[in-house]
Design a protein around this ligand. Structure first.
Ligand code: DGL
Length: 263
């Protein structure tokens, strides 16, 4: 595998662009291909079998494009399918899962909140991590029902979405959490609104930057970090309308290509 081969990323839709941004900031010369499976979003309410099937489909699409590493830019797909993907494919596969461990280590109130999809919160991987690192911590688990479809439609700054955030954070504030873990790659786009809703003593934790650091480290260990200084090819592919993807990537409009394809 050559170092100039692209990094492949996939998500159930546009949310994983929050992770792509961290990776691109840390590794600006890497070629990347981002696959947004928006046609099948949200993954969060699907069965584990369905999530595994979609994750395999996305991974194979990216492998056919000669990706040197796969970043599963979706907590729901990671927590349900990453073990299977790692067994099935030879190349390195990076995932993202809710950052319970750092929140459990830092909390002073011994109470943390986690906002994620049903698929993530019901996964064995999530339960095992919680059992290992947060036994003596109160975890307020809330399913962010309805958030992903609104973000997919680009309805981020809408009263409808704000209302849902008030509803989902109220029981967390009530339970005196001091850390809110964002367990879905779509949710970093909600941080500006969450900051206006949450009391100042609550810290929001999102794993995007950690995933970027992990990606860099795995590329280095495998000797496939792109050390050239050329302008990268940054490709975004969606099986739905390109509108929201383009909106979220507007700051990169001059350097990326974004198109609709069938997969
Ligand atoms: N972006 C996703 C995640 O990180 C999936 C959300 C969904 O499709 O339900 O969990």
């Amino acid at each position: 595998m050559s170092q100039t081969n692209p990094i492949g990323l996939f998500d159930s839709g546009v949310g994983g662009t929050s992770i792509w941004k961290e990776i691109h900031a840390l590794l600006p010369h890497e070629n990347t291909i981002y696959l947004a499976d928006s046609k099948h979003a949200p993954y969060g309410n699907k069965t584990a079998e369905e999530i595994i099937e979609l994750s395999i489909k996305n991974t194979e699409y990216l492998l056919n494009k000669n990706c040197k590493i796969i970043v599963v830019a979706c907590n729901t797909a990671t927590t349900n399918a990453i073990d299977i993907l790692r067994k099935k494919y030879d190349i390195p596969i990076i995932g993202i899962e809710p950052a319970i461990k750092p929140a459990a280590l830092k909390t002073k109130t011994k109470s943390i909140g986690i906002l994620a999809t049903k698929g993530t919160l019901s996964s064995a991987l999530f339960h095992n991590t919680a059992a290992e690192f947060a036994q003596d911590i109160n975890i307020v688990e809330i399913i962010g029902e309805g958030l992903v479809p609104l973000i997919e439609q680009g309805k981020i700054h809408t009263p409808e979405l704000t209302e849902l955030l008030f509803k989902y954070t109220a029981p967390m504030i009530e339970a005196s959490i001091d850390h809110l873990v964002l367990g879905c790659s779509h949710y970093p786009y909600l941080i500006p609104k969450l900051l206006t809703i949450l009391p100042d003593n609550i810290t929001i934790i999102d794993s995007g930057a950690a995933v970027a650091r992990q990606t860099k480290s795995v590329l280095e260990t495998n000797g496939i970090l792109n050390t050239t200084e050329e302008k990268p090819t940054l490709e975004f592919l969606t099986n739905s309308d390109t509108k929201t993807l383009k909106m979220l990537l507007v700051a990169y409009a001059q350097s990326i290509s974004c198109k609709k394809v069938d997969f």
